[in-house]
Design a protein around this ligand. Structure first.
Ligand code: ZN
Length: 488
């Protein structure tokens, strides 16, 4: 090659590289400056409110999100998918009678059958196998009250899910009429969980305000006899259609290769789904908006996904992987941002340690907000899951707990409202996510062509990271193990 050719080539290559780095710098600067991020989040939380999949508010949020992309000049569309059935709590009430009488505060776990119940209320300790052994035949047709630890952080949430999942199995085996879980957060705070069986659940399962549950337990432990009357009123129905909102900025060089980043639009409706996950929905919209405004053209296509039906078992992102099954070889990265607004300090790499150095490289433009530490753990509880089951490289952002009681304490609770969002770190997080996303879209083939996992690779990963228990806990083991879900 003649010398001047080589020089020209290097000049071209380096100017391209500088342009790309400039794009990341321009984009992060724009996101850190004043943007409609907070205003959008406030609209989503305060004007629309809690957005349970199948509710009117959820549909409003779909239209709202489409409008935001449209206003920003970003191409976006609705992607329809089926939800198995409808369950929207209208109210759950309970009274305690017998040796004491009062009205405790309660809420239903998702998909508790809507009807009225009456039964003896028994002390089931912390709901372990030994506790149920102690109760023996008495548990049959009774309501069991289960004591919980205080949940102060995300670790506490995992413990709560794990314990509740085990308790459910023991209670079902014992033939109970219903389960009452003591709320794990204090001061009358209530929150919604799904049961282990989700849509297959047949047993009423309630969360009772911590103080009320403790009052019941003290009384039972003094040998007082308690009866609970509970009424669950819910709007129930069959299969229905929900929608993801997908927006796209086409790649200039490799438009068929896709980097997809997403957050879920749906929430529970005790609060207004602010940290879970309105804040990151607003972030996705803001990143797309600023990219479009700056005229940034990534090499590969970037898709911004606002998933729906996440809380019931990531139905929207699952549907996406089914609909785009033939294109998944070309999906080079799927990222989920779903752990609130505390500062991001790294990523979960879901079985791919090879991503660590690549991420470190892509995070260089935002190193001022680091340091970053990555964890090669596998996240089951959000929208990266079906990409993982399809073998697509996938990331979940890892956050610090955040202000105002943090993510764990307000999780799915009446207190998950706009005022709990750490707006300052949300802005910084948007710059971090943008740097990684755009960096990925422009990255060298060597970085991007991480081989898609085969079915055997995925099986090995599930075994190595011992995911069966967690997958059963979220009712996603059966569809995977029977071939209904994930790579064939
Ligand atoms: Zn979430």
């Amino acid at each position: 090659m003649p010398k001047y050719f080589i020089i020209t080539f290097f000049l071209l290559a380096s100017s391209l590289l500088i342009a790309q780095n400039n794009d990341v710098a321009k984009l992060t600067a724009a996101l850190l400056a004043e943007t409609p991020l907070e205003e959008n989040l406030q609209e989503l939380c305060d004007d629309i409110g809690g957005r349970v999949t199948g509710s009117k508010a959820n549909e409003q949020s779909v239209e709202w999100a489409l409008k935001q992309f449209e206003k920003a000049g970003v191409k976006a569309w609705k992607q329809a998918f089926d939800m198995p059935s409808l369950w929207l709590e209208k109210s759950t009430t309970a009274t305690i009678s017998g040796d004491i009488e009062f009205t405790p505060l309660v809420v239903s776990k998702f998909y508790s059958p809507a009807q009225s119940y009456k039964g003896k209320l028994l002390d089931a300790g912390t709901g372990t196998a030994e506790d149920f052994e102690k109760l023996g035949a008495a548990a049959k047709d009774a309501f069991v009250l289960v004591e919980t630890d205080l949940c102060l952080d995300i670790g506490g949430l995992f413990t709560e899910y794990t314990n509740a999942s085990k308790t459910e199995d023991f209670a079902r085996k014992a033939g109970v009429k219903g389960i009452i879980f003591m709320a794990s957060r204090p001061n009358g705070l209530l929150y919604r969980f799904v049961t282990k069986k989700v849509f297959d659940n047949k047993i009423p399962q309630l969360v009772m305000a911590r103080e009320d549950a403790k009052r019941c337990l003290r009384s039972i432990r003094e040998n007082k006899s308690l009866i609970i009357d509970a009424t669950i009123d819910a709007e129930v129905g069959g299969k229905f259609t929900s929608h993801n909102v997908i927006a796209e900025i086409k790649g200039s060089e490799k438009p068929d290769e896709v980097i997809i980043i997403g957050s879920h639009l749906d929430s529970w409706a005790l609060g207004t789904g602010a940290n879970d996950n309105g804040c990151n929905v607003s972030m996705m919209i803001d990143i797309a908006r600023q990219m479009q405004k700056l005229g940034i053209q990534p090499k590969r296509t970037i898709r911004f996904a606002l998933w729906n039906g996440e809380e019931q078992g990531y139905f929207g992102s699952w549907a996406y992987t089914v609909k785009h099954a033939k294109e998944l070889d070309k999906h080079k990265m799927a990222m989920s941002v779903d752990i609130g607004s505390g500062s991001i300090f790294g990523f979960f790499t879901n079985g791919r340690e090879a991503l660590f150095p690549i991420l470190d490289e892509l995070l260089k433009p935002v190193e001022a907000f680091g340091p970053y530490t990555h964890v090669d753990a596998t996240i089951i509880g959000t929208d990266n899951f079906d990409f993982m089951l399809e073998g697509v490289p996938n990331l979940v952002a890892n956050h610090r707990a955040g202000k105002f009681g943090g993510y764990g304490r307000n999780y799915h609770a009446a207190s998950d409202t706009y005022d709990k969002v750490d707006l300052k770190s949300l802005k910084i997080n948007s710059a971090i996510i943008a740097a990684v996303t755009l960096g990925y879209a422009n990255s060298s083939d060597e970085n991007i062509n991480l081989i898609r996992h085969t079915k055997a690779d995925i099986d090995a990963l599930i075994k190595k990271q011992q995911l069966e228990f967690s997958m059963r806990m979220f009712n996603v083991w059966e569809p995977w193990s029977t071939g209904k879900r994930g790579r064939k």
